[in-house]
Design a protein around this ligand. Structure first.
Ligand SMILES: *Cc1c(COP(=O)(O)O)cnc(C)c1O
Length: 391
């Protein structure tokens, strides 16, 4: 125990200690923190659906009708009508043969990669892919080759080398929107490479689902290749407001995962209330209100990012509602986050290992139900705070 405490104290000294903040009330565009209302600029509840009355009502109705728990893993006793309905809904949304719901994005990525790849296979993984993808690659025991972020020439050269001694399956895996940089994978180029080298392409669209594309079908819709992606992974706990995740793909892939994916097989399935909320979320995202909310989010994003860019702030290559504000080292980053919170803006400082050493940042995320004037005011406050920072 003493050793553990010492480690924590060391982290604190380096500005690297992570602690939890408790908010009171629901996850809205503003939240109550220590008895004070602050602007929430760090939630992935991009469309504001987490507190939407339609989702709340659907969740309550599903709970009243089906109970609070699913009772077991779905292979044991837990497949309920709502699992089936949600999977049909997701497959229709992504225009695939089938879909499979997982308990979270973390469980999905570890389960999908472990279920589809094994020793003898090769996974090609973008350097900035989410931690759950990295862990899925490890669990799969496939050889994993990490290519420099969005570097298609480097990826092609790896594919070429590996093709000459190929034994098993090839799988390219990438985030759709990268969660810490807010930039997008070059999906059109990835599709071309996957065709040329007979490779499966998996896109983790945790942040794009519901947000990008004319109808919210995600990064692949925006980039015009929705029907060229083999494995559409997405989450239900971000823009969709509820909880859980899915893979939409060919039937044979889904059936393979039902038989092999350990996070699917060995875990109690999502409860009815969560499934009901997700079904309502797809209705919203697919309807006029979804389009409206996407538009409002885009308006806020533009206001915020253009103001900061214009002032010369490094926002990496962000093109989306995730706007990283590069600050460099941990101590000034956390000091900036603390000062902003004092001034009523809740934004998280992001440090290694989540981002590379020297690339700490304030990671702002916009929401559809932020008011444009509060987004502008937050941008000004951030500029003032950065200007006043020591060092
Ligand atoms: C959030 C996230 C996940 C994990 O999803 P959860 O449902 O929160 O477990 C996976 N991949 C990416 C890119 C994410 O941003």
């Amino acid at each position: 125990m003493r050793e553990l405490r010492k480690n924590l104290e060391e982290l604190q000294g380096l500005g690297m200690l992570r602690t939890l903040k408790t908010i009171a009330g629901p996850q809205g565009p503003r939240v109550m923190l220590d008895g004070r209302e602050v602007l929430l600029l760090c939630s992935n509840n991009y469309l504001g659906l987490a507190g939407h009355p339609d989702l709340i009502e659907a969740s309550c109705a599903a709970t009243r009708r089906f109970g609070v728990g699913s009772g077991a893993s779905r292979l044991v006793s837990g497949t309920m009508e709502l699992h089936d309905r949600l999977e049909q809904r997701i497959a229709a949304f992504k225009n695939t043969e089938a879909a499979l719901v997982f308990n979270s994005g973390y469980a999905a990525n570890t389960g999908i990669l472990q279920g589809l790849a094994g020793p003898g296979d090769v996974i090609f993984s973008d350097q900035l892919n989410h931690a759950s993808i990295i862990d899925g690659c490890r669990l799969s025991e496939a050889r994993t080759l990490v290519y420099p972020h969005r570097d298609m020439a480097a990826l092609e050269s790896l594919l070429q080398t590996e093709s000459s001694r190929r034994l098993g399956r090839f799988l390219i895996v990438t985030d759709g929107i990268f969660s810490m940089d807010g930039d997008m994978a070059p999906l059109a180029e990835l599709v071309a490479l996957k065709d040329r080298y007979d490779t499966l392409l998996m896109v983790d669209d945790a942040h794009g689902t519901g947000v990008l594309g004319a109808t919210g079908r995600g990064t692949a819709e925006l980039l015009g290749c929705l029907d060229r992606v083999d494995l559409h992974m997405g989450t239900l706990g971000k823009a969709l407001g509820s909880f859980g995740a899915y893979l939409a793909a060919d039937r044979v892939v889904i059936d393979t995962l039902i038989n092999r994916s350990r996070s699917f097989i060995f875990s109690t399935s999502l409860p009815p209330g969560v499934l009901g909320a997700s079904l309502a979320a797809f209705d919203l995202v697919d309807g006029p209100e979804g389009a409206q909310r996407r538009q409002a989010l885009e308006t806020n994003r533009k206001l915020f990012a253009e103001r900061l860019r214009q002032a010369g702030v490094d926002l990496c290559d962000s093109r989306t509602q995730i706007v990283p504000i590069l600050t460099g080292e941990p101590v000034p980053t956390m000091e900036a986050a603390r000062r902003l919170l004092d001034s009523g803006v809740f934004i998280q400082g992001i440090r290694p290992p989540t981002v590379p050493v020297g690339r700490c940042r304030l990671r702002a995320t916009l929401m559809a139900d932020h008011r444009p004037e509060e987004v502008s005011a937050a941008a000004e406050l951030i500029l003032d705070t950065l200007a006043d920072l020591p060092g």
